[in-house]
Ligand binder design. Structure first.
Ligand code: ZN
Length: 238
């Protein structure tokens, strides 16, 4: 069953809670050390029921998030104001919030100019920027996937059944048993070599679903420098 995300707000900030269905009999809410929030629910539970439980336990979620945040000194909250640094394909660009009628995002050598209309509302600037990231990712990830398939000698018709781009909280990519490649939208902030590393890793799962020796052999052969790329990815987006 695909993941379902419960979206709500906590102290004015967006709170996403991943909903995972399992055979268990009761609802269980968890805040993980990476500060993601997850609810495990019996199969068939209505999302509204889960949402009610999430809202009822907001205070507890807040306390847990605060506790884990002390171990995350690098995760500075973004404010979406001019001057702040944002990443695009590994480049650190300075955000310029512009007011005007022409909504959209422009990239120059050093700047990322975002116009969300006649407003500088952080929420709207954030939405505009992420909409743009999403559009960039849709094209680029598809193109990189095709390139990576060539490297792995995967014929066009044997590639992933489809490509889904979404914001995962704690992983960069996934390959489902029926061949759906999932890529984290956040990868659009990383250099292309890191994006390729994630795609290659997931494509290797088409041959070997698990991380066994044969999986690692294949990865090593097609991308001998994958460790370097992985480290770079983790450092850059921390
Ligand atoms: Zn894997």
């Amino acid at each position: 069953m695909p993941d379902y995300v419960l979206r709500t707000e906590l102290d004015g900030k967006r709170l996403d809670c991943r909903l995972v269905f399992s055979r268990r009999k009761t609802l269980q809410l968890e805040v993980l050390p990476d500060m993601s929030v997850r609810m495990i629910a019996p199969e068939g539970t209505k999302p509204e029921v889960c949402m009610k439980m999430l809202n009822k336990r907001r205070d507890w979620v807040r306390t847990q998030l605060r506790y884990f945040s002390q171990f995350h000194p690098l995760t500075k909250p973004r404010e979406y104001v001019s001057g702040e640094t944002h990443l695009f394909l590994g480049r650190r660009l300075r955000l310029k919030v512009a007011k005007g009628s022409a909504k959209g995002v422009k990239v120059t050598r050093q700047h990322l100019t975002v116009c969300a209309g006649q407003t500088t509302s952080a929420r709207l600037v954030e939405a505009e920027l992420w909409q743009w990231y999403r559009e960039q990712a849709a094209d680029l990830f598809q193109e990189r996937m095709l390139g990576c398939m060539v490297k792995l000698n995967i014929p066009k018709n044997d590639g992933p059944k489809s490509l889904i781009v979404r914001r995962y909280k704690s992983r960069w990519g996934s390959m489902s048993a029926d061949g759906v490649l999932g890529l984290n939208l956040d990868l659009i902030r990383a250099p292309i070599e890191c994006i390729d590393y994630v795609i290659i890793h997931e494509l290797c799962h088409l041959r070997f679903p698990h991380h066994g020796p044969r999986f690692w052999d294949l990865l090593e052969r097609v991308m001998p420098d994958w460790r370097k790329r992985k480290t770079k990815l983790e450092r850059l987006t921390a």
